[in-house]
Design a binder for this molecule. Structure first.
Ligand code: NAD
Length: 294
């Protein structure tokens, strides 16, 4: 962990207009959080139905704030209007910082980042919300790697305070500063961490998932493991957490971790997450994973 994050942000000019690529679990959450704290944001996806879902999830969260008396209907409407759905890069020339939150796949992310670079200015910061992929690796084919870093939010974005800001080999101080200041403006607690597969949190979390998968191979019942971890004091057990994260996201992230740490993270054969992935049981996002959802 590098210095106190606040030190980086003190000279940064604030982000006035943001954008997020992907309107899924994370992209939708980032859009809500940014708009609710007063930074307008363009939410871009390639699927209109993803944009609709992202907007309706944000709307639900704003309605919850109104019901709890934390926001007036007028203020909620104003904040909601701060999210602009988009299927094209039309307005990206006016954006100060772009958060990339598309699928956890190196090839897809590299293609999306290279495409985005064509539409943003020389000073726009491009930040990836990747869970595990090395920032230096993602920056390899970029024209302006100095403007690129990691901005790793946690799920659900509106509840989880931590944001990992990841410095790649070529990331500039200015890019780190701007990203830290944006995280702070969103009401989050940023920490600046070095680049490596999984960064800080997922280097702890994925070995935990791997331990759980091994236990399942040995015949453990996932519901019992979940119940036990809850009694231990954790808010949820590993199977439920994997459903929340998304089985597809966990599957791809697990491969990145296995490649990054072959001695510790490679597993033989098919484990429970692999099997659920093959069955397209992606967790809460498609209502079936370890558990079934309404
Ligand atoms: P998701 O599957 O819910 O959403 C991904 C979205 O990206 C989809 O709506 C898809 O249509 C869209 N997309 C795909 N290609 C695109 C493109 N070219 N341009 C714009 N949009 C495109 O996934 P998610 O859970 O939101 O994960 C997104 C990223 O965030 C991943 O890198 C993941 O590792 C990371 N992340 C996930 C979690 C989690 O708990 N789910 C936590 C932290 C970080």
């Amino acid at each position: 962990i590098k210095k106190t994050a606040g030190k980086y942000a003190k000279d940064a000019t604030p982000v006035k207009q943001a954008a997020v690529l992907g309107a899924g679990i994370m992209g939708g959450g980032v859009a809500y959080q940014s708009a609710s704290k007063g930074t307008p944001i363009i939410m871009k996806d390639i699927r209109p139905e993803a944009l609709e879902l992202g907007l309706s999830e944000a709307n639900k969260l704003f309605n919850g704030q109104i019901e709890r008396g934390r926001l007036t209907a007028d203020k909620a409407l104003k904040a909601m209007n701060g999210i602009t759905p988009a299927l094209s890069y039309g307005e990206f020339g006016h954006v100060d910082l772009v958060v990339e939150a598309v699928v956890e796949n190196v090839k897809v992310k590299k293609a999306v980042l290279a495409e985005t670079e064509q539409y943003i200015t020389d000073t726009t910061i491009l930040a990836s919300n990747t869970s595990t992929i090395s920032i230096t690796e993602l920056a390899k084919d970029l024209k302006r790697p100095e403007n690129f870093c990691g901005m790793h939010f946690f799920n659900p974005v509106h509840r989880m305070p931590l944001v990992e800001v990841i410095r790649g080999a070529k990331t500039s101080d200015a890019a780190v500063a701007k990203t830290v200041s944006y995280a702070q403006a969103m009401g989050k607690t940023p920490i600046v961490v070095n680049d490596c597969p999984g960064f800080l949190v997922n280097r702890v979390l994925f070995p935990y998932f791997a331990g759980f998968s091994l236990m399942m191979k040995e015949g453990a019942d996932f519901q019992q493991v979940d119940k036990t971890m809850e009694k231990f004091g954790w808010p949820m057990g590993p199977a439920y957490l994997l459903d929340v994260v998304g089985i597809d996201t966990a599957y791809h992230a697990d491969r990145v971790m296995a490649e990054g740490y072959p001695d510790r993270m490679k597993h033989e054969g098919v484990n429970a997450v692999d099997r659920l992935y093959e069955l397209e049981r992606f967790g809460q996002k498609n209502s079936k994973g370890f558990y079934m959802y309404e």
